[in-house]
Design a binder for this molecule. Structure first.
Ligand code: NAD
Length: 454
């Protein structure tokens, strides 16, 4: 019997839709169809593949508002964020389309012949996406995989399947071959696991928790299946005394409150040099208190609800009622609301200071000097992102070199651009997505030597 999953609006707790949950047999059938579609796709002229992906991008562009409103309903994202997310899918498809005709192998000098490398598509790619950025993260794997000549079977998160399902419809509307890009909603341990286990899936692109990512990596090891992991984060925001303190404090709230803190790059460990610690908190307090939390479909809203009751309970467990720090406002009543929260006075190894809370909660910790800042920044099992606020260029470069994380920004909190590489150090992940090499990650390199002496 096919089971179903109710999709809730996290701002109201109302059911938005009910979708069937794929079984292992559904996954098997989808992979078989995808393999057949992939053969034709890989054989098509590069210009034709590029043209179809551009058309897909154009169709997404025509539906940005519809996709954004759907994302607001199923994920509680603010309308502004959701529009950006749908636009990001369009841009990724366009960028990937530009790579189809530039996916070049190499010619390497050898004696006695010609040596060339061929970049061949892997086949069928399984993309397993989380709920925090359902559209962009689905597209990070899907767009370059398709551009490199692969087929994709995407399993969205249980709570957020709707935009992914709509994207699959738009792909068909754009003229992409049937079954080349399929979306199968379902439970992680059922449909997700079936993708991981399936011998016909050449690579898994997983974004989600470190806990599940480790299990998937272990299963992939059994088959030497290719895998990319984008996992958790606990990123530092390092504010040196020589920084523009006003600018640093003004930028801090949204660096951990964007998407209600459900962002793997959220700067949730604010490290502030002791000499400016009090001044920084004085500036940060009103900035956090003024954040507008509420109806995500209201254009003025800066922060919406958490995704689910489970997530709300998890976030609550990190914040005792009598915790010292700063508290913003949040609506009462239905919906999974939690106020913007800054915790102070914690030990650097307190759970809220080292574990990924995945909610609107940051800790502020003081440090003494550059070496102390780097030590604290690296005192976590994660290494995804981080920010460095200083006016000293030498220090910015030294600290950028010393912090063990994949995506750093200086005097900014920017992390993700589709045309620059993204990924984690340590337990934040394995492999890189996006950027100029995104397509290559979906190819196998074959070396061919042709003798001139036969
Ligand atoms: P999750 O690990 O619970 O689930 C992610 C996906 O994996 C979902 O689609 C889920 O259904 C599936 N899944 C669960 N168990 C599975 C199994 N046994 N086999 C196969 N698939 C399975 O994570 P989540 O709660 O949806 O997402 C939040 C996490 O994602 C956070 O830790 C966050 O930091 C991380 N994240 C990382 C990045 C990044 O790029 N590094 C980006 C966004 C989110």
């Amino acid at each position: 019997m096919t089971s179903e999953h109710h999709v809730l609006n996290p701002a109201t707790e109302q059911v938005v839709a009910t979708v069937p949950a794929a079984t292992a047999a559904d996954v098997d059938a989808a992979v078989t169809r995808a393999a057949a579609a992939q053969r034709g796709w890989a054989a098509a002229a590069p210009a034709d593949r590029a043209r179809l992906l551009r058309r897909f991008a154009a169709v997404v562009d025509e539906h940005v508002e519809e996709l954004a409103r759907l994302e607001v309903r199923e994920a509680g994202h603010t309308l502004g964020n959701a529009r950006w997310e749908a636009g990001n899918v369009r841009d990724l498809l366009d960028y990937a389309a530009g790579g189809v005709e530039r996916l070049n192998g190499r010619q390497i000098p050898v004696p006695g012949g010609l040596d060339v490398t061929l970049l061949e598509p892997l086949g069928v790619i399984g993309v397993i996406a989380p709920w925090n950025f359902p559209m962009p993260i689905a597209a990070w794997g899907t767009a370059p995989a398709l551009a490199a000549g692969n087929a994709v079977v995407l399993k969205p998160a249980e709570t957020t399947p709707l935009t992914a399902l709509r994207l699959a419809e738009l792909a068909l509307e754009a003229g992409l071959p049937e079954h080349l890009f399929q979306v199968l909603p379902g439970a992680g341990p059922v449909a997700g696991d079936a993708l991981v286990e399936h011998p016909g899936v050449a690579k898994i692109v997983f974004t989600g928790s470190t806990r599940v990512g480790k299990r998937i990596m272990a299963k992939c090891a059994d088959r030497v299946k290719r895998v990319t992991l984008e996992l958790g984060g606990k990123s530092p925001n390092i504010v040196f005394a020589d920084a523009d303190i006003e600018a640093a404090a003004a930028a801090t709230p949204m660096s951990f409150l964007d998407n209600a803190g459900q962002d793997c790059c959220a700067r949730t460990r604010v490290l502030v040099q002791r000499g400016v610690y009090d001044r920084f908190l004085e500036l940060l307090t009103p900035a956090v208190e003024e954040i507008v939390v509420g109806d995500p479909s209201d254009e003025r809203t800066q922060m919406g609800p958490l995704i689910s009751r489970t997530q709300l309970d998890r976030v609550r467990s990190y914040v005792p009622d009598d915790a010292a720090g700063i508290r913003g406002k949040a609506p009462e009543g239905p919906g999974f609301w939690f106020p913007p929260t800054v915790l102070t006075g914690l030990a650097p190894d307190a759970p809220a200071a080292v574990e990924e809370v995945f909610g609107p909660v940051a800790v502020v910790l003081p440090f003494d000097d550059e070496a102390d800042a780097v030590r604290l920044a690296n005192a976590t099992e994660y290494g995804l992102s981080g920010s460095i606020w200083t006016r000293d260029v030498g220090r910015a470069l030294r600290v950028s070199g010393a912090v063990r994380a994949g995506n750093l920004s200086v005097n900014s909190h920017s992390s993700v651009r589709y045309w620059t590489p993204f990924g984690g150090y340590k337990q934040s992940g394995l492999g890189r997505e996006l950027g100029p090499d995104a397509l290559t990650a979906f190819t196998e390199t074959k070396n061919v030597f042709i003798s001139t002496e036969a």
